[in-house]
Design a protein around this ligand. Structure first.
Ligand SMILES: *Cc1c(COP(=O)(O)O)cnc(C)c1O
Length: 230
């Protein structure tokens, strides 16, 4: 089905489902940002999606993104880094991305602080948390999250925006509902103790489970296949 549809139809379907999931959760569709994950497609597809109204794009590899966006997107587009970031790639990442979602350790915070100072810019970031506890996945352990967000908030050149998690890939999205609920609960817990920390963003949910993530409070969903095809 999906593969026979064009990009405009797929975007239309995703928008409708996001709006429906938001409405079911008693939230405005505007409360959920759609990040089109463009890691598997070329620049022409990104430009087409931009022309169709999408403004947020997600990439998981710094080098690929540097090439793909050598010719910058229009100023109202925002590039999100959603993949693991090595400290030795902090320089190009700091220069290219409008939001770095994969901050998960002190050494990376320090590297980004340095690059932000060099560029004289403020870099918006999310703390990535490994809620599911998968051994091979990036993200800090939940018990380290409060200290790390406090550190980010106190770091010149970084602007804390919230939390991000990647749920395990499972056939039934209900299986990962506790992961999404867990990220929100962690955010709420940190917020109770540190109401001054800016933690509005919850980036969670992908093509197969974004409706569930929205039900559990996602403010940003990262959608690749459902928009660009498999
Ligand atoms: C690839 C990727 C996505 C998008 O996955 P789809 O299943 O294609 O929607 C979302 N988040 C991250 C971190 C990814 O690497």
């Amino acid at each position: 089905m999906t593969t026979t549809m064009g990009l405009a139809e797929r975007i239309g379907m995703v928008r409708a489902e996001v709006a429906e999931a938001a409405a079911r959760a008693g939230r405005s569709p505007d409360a959920v940002t759609i990040v089109a994950v463009s890691k598997t497609v070329d620049r022409a597809a990104v430009d087409e999606a931009y022309a169709l109204g999408l403004r947020h794009f997600g990439e998981n590899r710094v080098q690929d993104a540097v090439r793909k966006f050598a010719d910058p997107l229009p100023h109202d587009a925002v590039l999100h880094l959603i993949g693991q970031l090595q400290t030795n790639k902090a320089r190009p990442a700091a220069a290219l991305f409008g939001l770095i979602e994969s901050v998960d350790r002190l050494s990376l915070i320090a590297a980004l602080e340095k690059e932000a100072a060099r560029l004289e810019r403020t870099i918006p970031v999310l703390l990535q948390v490994n809620i599911a506890g998968e051994a091979q996945k990036a993200g800090c352990p939940p018990e380290d999250a409060a200290d790390l967000v406090a550190r980010i908030a106190a770091t010149p050149g970084l602007a804390l925006r919230g939390l991000m998690t990647i749920a395990p890939l499972v056939p039934d999205p209900e299986q990962v509902r506790p992961v999404f609920a867990g990220l929100r609960a962690l955010r709420d817990l940190i917020r109770d103790e540190h109401p001054e920390l800016p933690l509005a963003t919850l980036s969670m949910g992908m093509s197969n489970d974004y409706a569930t993530a929205i039900a559990e409070g996602a403010t940003e969903v990262r959608i690749g296949r459902a928009i660009f095809g498999s």
